[in-house]
Design a protein around this ligand. Structure first.
Ligand code: DAH
Length: 338
């Protein structure tokens, strides 16, 4: 009985000292479990004279009840403590100021593209699109590229399916698609992604072009010049000068490249324009009669001009960006400057 009293006192003290649910459970098993302290002490009852056993059994039960209730009380106290600690931890401090996220904006190339489209839509052009996966026929043949034209070379063109298809190298393909679908007169602007096997500071394997063309009766090179002059003055301001240089494209005759006065030095000559004062921004010309024939338009009846312009190039000039790859890197430190 003395041992039992000592066990009870010791147990109550230990229960009081426990601070976590886990410790308490271990202690419960040690005291009240099948192989626990009480059970082993209880084995001593059998050594008592028979008439003392019932009293001893009753004492054991009292102690068990008192230890159990001490454990329950402790358990409730620990749970309450854990809950209040959790509630304290989880409290949101609504007075802490938030992280600022500024509003996003369009990519500089998209902005230029939109401006481009707006200007031509304002002139009555409509927007057409074509597929990015093309055939040789639409990318080259119907645009009057001879079979041995170097542009078909693997150096330039991404071929797919063993050469059966290719990624369009220019948006001039949309001329063909539109002419096959619609009857003249036409005034069309065709923005889109194009692909070339090329990568350095001024070339990206994917970039954007805007193609424009106008087909009607008696269209002349003067209409082309007037349209492009208006476009350049809207995009770069009225003080920007432009000039045309003779050039060659298979799908236009005559063909030209158009330069604008350098935006950085105003035409005096600098690093950007390599001292010339001029910067090339697009190719253009009068649509070649062979292109009309390839889509079933009568070249004696219809005339037209066309032009094609790289969007990234325009963006680079406008914002003095010296590496085209920055426009495709999606680095927020770069993009957030616009
Ligand atoms: N397709 C040409 C290129 O990607 C650009 C071009 C030049 C388009 C002259 C035209 C044009 O419509 O008349 O380099």
């Amino acid at each position: 009985m003395e041992d039992l009293k000592a066990l009870e006192l010791g147990a109550i003290e230990e229960i009081g000292a426990v601070s976590t649910g886990e410790e308490l459970e271990k202690l419960r098993v040690r005291l009240l479990g099948k192989k626990g302290d009480i059970t082993s002490l209880m084995k001593g009852i059998s050594k008592l004279p028979p008439d003392e056993r019932p009293k001893a059994g009753a004492e054991f039960n009292k102690v068990k009840v008192s230890i159990s209730s001490a454990i329950e009380k402790k358990s409730a106290a620990i749970k309450a403590q854990e809950l209040s600690a959790r509630l304290n931890d989880e409290i949101f401090d609504i007075t802490i100021s938030g992280k600022p996220y500024g509003p996003g904006h369009f990519h500089p190339s998209c902005d230029i593209m939109d401006e481009f489209i707006d200007i031509f839509v304002g002139l009555g052009f409509c927007v057409e699109e074509g597929p990015e996966v093309e055939t040789d026929e639409y990318n080259f043949q119907r645009l009057n590229f001879p079979d041995d034209h170097p542009a078909r070379d693997m150096q330039d063109t991404f071929y797919l399916q063993n050469g059966k298809r290719l990624l369009r190298t220019h948006t001039s393909t949309v001329q063909v698609h539109t002419m096959l679908k619609k009857k003249p007169p036409l005034a069309v602007i065709a923005p889109g992604r194009v692909y070339r096997l090329d990568s350095d500071i001024t070339h990206s394997p994917v970039f954007h072009q805007v193609e424009g063309f106008l087909i009607d009766k008696n269209v002349t090179f003067a209409h082309l010049k007037g349209t492009l002059e208006l476009f350049v003055h809207r995009l770069y301001g009225k003080n920007t000068k432009l000039r045309f240089r003779p050039s060659f494209f298979p799908f236009t005759e005559p063909s030209a490249e158009m330069d604008i006065s350098c935006q950085l030095c105003g035409g005096k000559g600098c690093r950007l324009c390599k001292g010339t004062g001029w910067i090339e921004i697009l190719g253009a010309g009068m649509i070649d009669p062979n292109v009309f024939k390839a889509v079933g338009y009568d070249p004696e009846e219809w005339t037209g001009f066309a032009f094609g312009c790289g969007i990234e190039r325009v963006a680079m000039l406008k914002y003095s960006i010296d590496d085209i790859r920055l426009l495709f890197g999606n680095d927020k430190r770069f993009l957030s400057q616009f």
